[in-house]
Design a binder for this molecule. Structure first.
Ligand code: KG4
Ligand code: ZN
Length: 348
């Protein structure tokens, strides 16, 4: 099944062509980072306007790179949530128009479920059925989740952040350190020659106990407000003042505190459910230090680690088209039934 995927949930305008849920024929992503940079974060009005301008060209490019014709497509998949509603609507309207014009089936895809599936876009990854039970850490700018996949397509939320997402904590921390947006890659670069133990930052909820919180257990949840506040107060006392080594030390220590809590929770969850595979996806999973820490964890636990390829960690349409390709036959859908859902939970 050859699927055209469209993704416009936040600040990437993306289209891709994927065959049979695994083989990526093309993957085109236009990042709007430079347009949002002056504002230190994503501005929804700017994001949706750029999606309107850029999406038609991006879709054509994805088809061209795949060597595909409109008639080669078996269906169109589009992100329906979660995300910025004004941005989601652009992708949905375009996908509906294409489906109507080409008389092709259309499916709405959950962006979070697509991130979870992104590890299967590497040809050497075993098929989904061979990886269960698997615990996945999903770490992006908007979400930090721990999810158990009990069988392909069957998932259970184990933990989530109680305040900021991990990527958001890095983005906000970077702003405090005077680094540019997006903060995750900026901190990674700044931290390269830093000492990770130079500053002792708190590692959120490390001693939390097991009472349930919104259906998930607190000791499998995350909190990054403490480490962010600690950074704020630390920098008031010890400003960076152009000292590069000091900046490197603070960046490395801050990044380490955020990652330590991610790895701690993943290990706890994976041991508890007896996971036979662990995985990590989402924008923050591009980080080499985090990838290294997860590799160490997998070694300690004696289980395989699946990491999304860097280009499939940050938002992309290949993961949307790929997940759609595994769901055939698609449900019969009236175009009016497909709507944006900005708060769509994982697994729904
Ligand atoms: O998955 P994504 O592209 O968008 C969302 O769905 O949120 O993730 C974006 C997040 C941003 O917070 C960004 O700072 C973070 O991923 N990020 C990184 C790296 N590259 C992107 N964080 C740490 N290290 C990186 N190399
Ligand atoms: Zn995302």
């Amino acid at each position: 099944m050859r699927v055209l995927g469209i993704e416009t949930s936040c600040d990437e305008t993306a289209a891709a062509v994927v065959d049979d849920g695994r083989h990526v024929a093309s993957n085109v992503v236009l990042s709007q980072i430079k347009d949002h940079m002056p504002y230190g974060g994503v501005v929804p009005e700017i994001a949706s306007r750029l999606h309107v301008e850029m999406l038609p060209g991006i879709v054509e490019q994805a088809l061209r790179q795949a060597g595909a014709d409109w008639n080669d497509l078996d269906g169109i998949a589009v992100t329906r949530g979660p995300g910025l509603s004004s941005s989601l609507l652009i992708g949905l309207a375009s996908a509906k128009a294409l489906a109507l014009r080409l008389d092709k089936p259309l499916i709405g895809i959950n962006h979070l479920d697509a991130h979870l599936y992104s590890v299967f876009l590497s040809p050497d990854t075993p098929p989904p059925a061979e990886t269960c039970p698997m615990v996945t850490l999903l770490v992006s700018g908007g979400h930090t989740l721990l999810v158990e996949t009990t069988a392909p397509g069957s998932i259970r939320l184990l933990g989530e952040t109680l305040d900021d997402a991990a990527g958001e904590a890095l983005d906000k921390g970077a702003t405090l350190m005077g680094l540019s947006y997006p903060g995750g890659p900026a901190i990674e670069r700044a931290a390269q020659n830093g000492r990770r133990d130079a500053v002792e930052f708190p590692r959120g909820l490390q001693r939390a106990t097991g009472e349930p919180d919104d259906g998930v257990r607190r000791d499998l949840c995350f909190s990054f407000s403490g480490v962010k506040t600690a950074l704020l107060y630390y920098l008031k006392k010890h400003p960076i003042d152009g000292n590069e080594q000091h900046l490197a030390d603070v960046a490395a220590s801050y990044q380490e505190a955020v990652f330590a809590s991610l790895v701690d929770r993943l290990e706890r969850a994976a041991r508890e459910v007896g996971a036979t595979t662990i995985a990590c996806v989402g924008g923050v999973a591009r980080n080499k230090r985090l990838r290294g820490l997860l590799d160490d964890l997998a070694g300690r636990m004696g289980v395989p680690l699946l990491l999304a390829k860097p280009e499939f960690c940050t938002d992309n349409a290949a993961m949307i088209a790929a997940l759609a390709g595994t769901l055939s036959p698609w449900p019969d859908l009236r175009l009016d039934d497909l709507d944006a859902d900005p708060n769509l939970p994982v697994g729904e």
